[in-house]
Design a protein around this ligand. Structure first.
Ligand code: CTP
Ligand code: ZN
Length: 152
């Protein structure tokens, strides 16, 4: 099988793989992954061995906990998180949707109290007819993932 490394391998760190094409940039922005000092390499619209195209994010010298990684499932339900140590993949897991997403998303309801108070946003994750819905803790309205903008 032909394999081509379109994005350079990393020595130590985390590789978030199998991100749906188009969601890589959203993940970088929503989770403020570029706020730190570590080297990040990003591949967009890479050919995926399974189907179509994917995005990939590689963050050096950084280890994601399962809890952190699971937050990404909102935008990349089939992502795999690979921990790299000394060029080797030493751990690999699939993300799974968390119960809550806190302090990452801004409530799409412009009348929501969360916009006027100095509170962390908080959404409860539910899956209805295989669609992800997020219910705001403050206004109790539910929204699909597409409607969200990041904080700031
Ligand atoms: N990777 C990397 N740097 C390394 C080792 C691996 O950036 N030193 C990347 C690979 O490019 C790949 C991901 O980490 O995108 C997982 O590596 P590996 O498990 O070797 O690849 P696959 O078998 O293709 O992974 P999967 O089965 O999860 O698709
Ligand atoms: Zn709200």
């Amino acid at each position: 099988m032909e394999t081509k490394m379109t994005v350079e391998a990393i020595t130590h760190g985390t590789v978030i793989d199998h991100i749906p094409a188009g969601q890589g940039v959203r993940i970088l922005r929503f989770f403020q992954l570029t706020d730190g000092q570590e080297r990040i390499t990003v591949g967009l619209n890479l050919r995926s061995k399974n189907s179509g195209v994917k995005d990939i994010i590689k963050i050096e010298n950084t280890v994601f906990t399962a809890e952190q990684a699971n937050q990404l499932a909102l935008f990349a339900p089939n992502a795999t998180v690979n921990l790299i140590n000394n060029y080797e993949v030493v751990d690999k897991f699939r993300v799974s949707l968390p119960d809550q997403i806190n302090a990452v998303l801004s409530c799409p309801n412009s009348n929501c109290i969360s916009h006027d108070e100095p509170v962390d946003s908080k959404f409860y994750v539910a899956v209805k007819q295989s669609k992800v819905k997020l219910k705001c803790h403050y206004c109790e309205k539910s929204f699909s993932e597409r409607l969200f903008k990041e904080l700031k």
